[in-house]
Design a protein around this ligand. Structure first.
Ligand SMILES: [Ca+2]
Length: 566
């Protein structure tokens, strides 16, 4: 194993102390998928073939209770900053596309320049910092592009496009936010397949990237709303192409190989664009999975059984019947669902194959033993698949029930983590930054770019990696388009206006649901009527949190931006 040293010029430390500290600092890789369901993986009870992730789980640690923020941008904002998503400019759970920005800080949909990112802090700590994949945290390359500036003006009627705005947008992009190397997408949604004649949106650093079209694919491209987005021109074609999941990994492997030859440790953030819409995968893999989704009731039952076998679910615990499997579908709808589920599974198998390539590279470069590899999803699987892929949890992406905000989460670090561990302890996506600081022995700065920082919302999960259980945080808050969720001491969960404001706004008063997650982890029975004091206590905590974080009531957001729901 190569000796990792921060720098030999740190004169204040003795050589012995330096070597001691330096040899202990691991590489860190965070791999996140986009819209994968809780029980999608074999090691989380699912029917999709994920041998590499299953092996990673066998060699490492699985969380039963890991939370994200329920949607792409808010999850990424907390992952990179250790702060609540509202504090990081993504308070509405909105898309976060910069064209949707509101002026309020909690909704600016652009990472604040004075809020340190995990990459910036790891860089200060002496790490080489790298990213591949989907950014989706605002910013743009309109600096130097009149075309993009004109587009911005169209998207922001009544706003003046100043030099400061152009600069702030540029400063919100990965190369300006601490990543030495970046290959990926700024926006949240694009094709996975690109042939040489297709226009693509990949960047290498701040430059438009040159893609490598080295593999031949039989391309299956599915999209229902072809009138809105032309996502299917390559459907049915066989051609040399770039497939995002493969291409992002190829670039990540180059980065790992380069970093491995350098003296400093590395931090790599890999954000896959799969299995998000538009769903696209190699045809032969889609064919392989079609028959697995012929009987959805069976898929649901098998996933629950699989979770029980994996030690991630207690046999006999009540759960709500999936609204997908339980739905009355016509034969045509069933066939359509079956196809979408098969493409989803095919996309996940491709992710697994690529995680396998990353692990293999770590092995070949001698880095595996002292590398922490984290794997999770940014939110539950999305509404086109209902909540089946989130079995046994109710709800899907962008909803605050457990199906929307709970993810599988695997951590492997052979030097530290005991193989085959399952933890009950609660983790949250905002915990990664404090965990990384704890691992490297660094502290969160009191000031950054001239601004005093506020305390982190996340906490270090290092004790869990070392085999201990941790008490849950006092409170965990999340929000999306007017609905709020509060989890108190890991046990009580209050949902306010669940299912978005527009669903409940016509009903008188506020809609509340209260669940005892300790006895009812799948939110089967609303106990709000039996526990009015708990409802009141958590509603008050939520109101305070909304005030502290500048969260605007959804009815007021609609007044400011009536086009918000478009
Ligand atoms: Ca997502």
């Amino acid at each position: 194993m190569k000796l990792k040293t921060k720098t030999l010029l740190l004169a204040a430390l003795s050589v012995a102390a330096l070597c001691q500290a330096a040899t202990e600092r691991p590489n860190i890789i965070i791999i996140m998928t986009d819209d994968s369901g809780y029980s999608d993986l074999g090691c989380y009870g699912g029917e999709i073939d994920t041998p590499n992730l299953d092996r990673m789980a066998a060699n490492g640690l699985r969380f039963r209770n890991f939370y994200n923020n329920g949607r792409c941008s808010p999850t990424r904002a907390s992952l990179l900053t250790g702060r609540d998503s509202a504090h990081a400019g993504f308070g509405a759970g909105t898309l976060g596309g910069w064209n949707r920005e509101m002026k309020e800080p909690a909704y600016r949909a652009r990472l604040p320049y004075d809020l340190p990112t995990i990459a910036e802090l790891m860089k200060v700590s002496g790490y080489r910092t790298m990213m591949t994949g989907k950014w989706h945290l605002g910013g743009s390359q309109m600096k130097g592009s009149k075309g993009w500036q004109n587009w911005w003006k169209k998207q922001h009627p009544g706003w003046e496009l100043t030099d400061a705005e152009i600069e702030a947008d540029f400063n919100a992009l990965p190369p300006q936010r601490g990543f030495d190397e970046f290959f990926g997408l700024i926006e949240g949604e694009t094709h996975l397949f690109f042939t040489p004649s297709d226009k693509h949106e990949y960047f290498e650093g701040n430059e438009h990237a040159t893609l490598k079209y080295k593999q031949t694919y039989n391309m299956h491209c599915y999209y229902k709303h072809e009138d809105r987005y032309p996502y299917t021109p390559n459907h049915g074609q066989t051609a040399k192409a770039f497939y995002g999941t493969d291409g992002m990994t190829d670039r990540a492997i180059e980065m790992i190989e380069d970093a491995s030859a350098a003296p400093e440790p590395f931090f790599l953030y890999m954000a896959y664009r799969a299995p998000h819409l538009p769903i696209q995968a190699p045809q032969e893999l889609v064919d392989k999975y079609l028959s697995r989704y012929a009987n959805l009731d069976q898929v649901e039952a098998d996933r629950v059984d699989g979770l029980v076998r994996a030690g991630l679910w207690e046999k006999g615990t009540p759960y709500r019947k999936s609204f997908t499997a339980g739905r009355n579908m016509s034969e045509e709808q069933k066939k359509d669902y079956q196809l979408m589920a098969a493409i989803h599974a095919a996309m996940m198998e491709k992710v697994d194959e690529n995680v396998g390539k990353v692990l293999k590279t770590l092995e070949q470069t001698g880095e595996l033993d002292n590398t922490l590899v984290v794997y999770l999803s940014d939110n539950g699987s999305a509404s086109h698949l209902g909540d089946l892929m989130n079995t046994p949890y109710y709800g899907c992406k962008s909803l605050m029930w457990e199906g929307g905000t709970k993810t599988h989460c695997i951590m492997q670090w052979p030097k530290v983590v005991q193989p085959g561990t399952v933890t009950e302890s609660m983790g949250w996506v905002g915990d990664f930054l404090p965990t990384c600081l704890d691992i490297t022995g660094d502290t969160y700065p009191a000031e950054f770019r001239g601004t005093r920082t506020a305390p982190l919302d996340g906490r270090s999960l290092l004790p869990i990696l070392q085999g201990k259980e941790m008490a849950p945080p006092e409170y965990l808050f999340s929000n999306d388009k007017g609905q709020q969720a509060v989890i108190y001491k890991g046990r009580w969960k209050l949902l306010i206006e669940p299912g978005w404001h527009f669903r409940t706004s016509k009903q008188p008063g506020m809609a509340y649901e209260l669940y005892d997650l300790q006895n009812d982890p799948a939110e089967k029975t609303d106990v709000s009527k039996q526990n009015p004091e708990m409802v009141q206590q958590l509603a008050k905590a939520c109101a305070d949190w909304q005030a502290q974080n500048g969260i605007v009531d959804y009815a007021d957001i609609l007044k400011i931006r009536p086009d918000h729901m478009k």
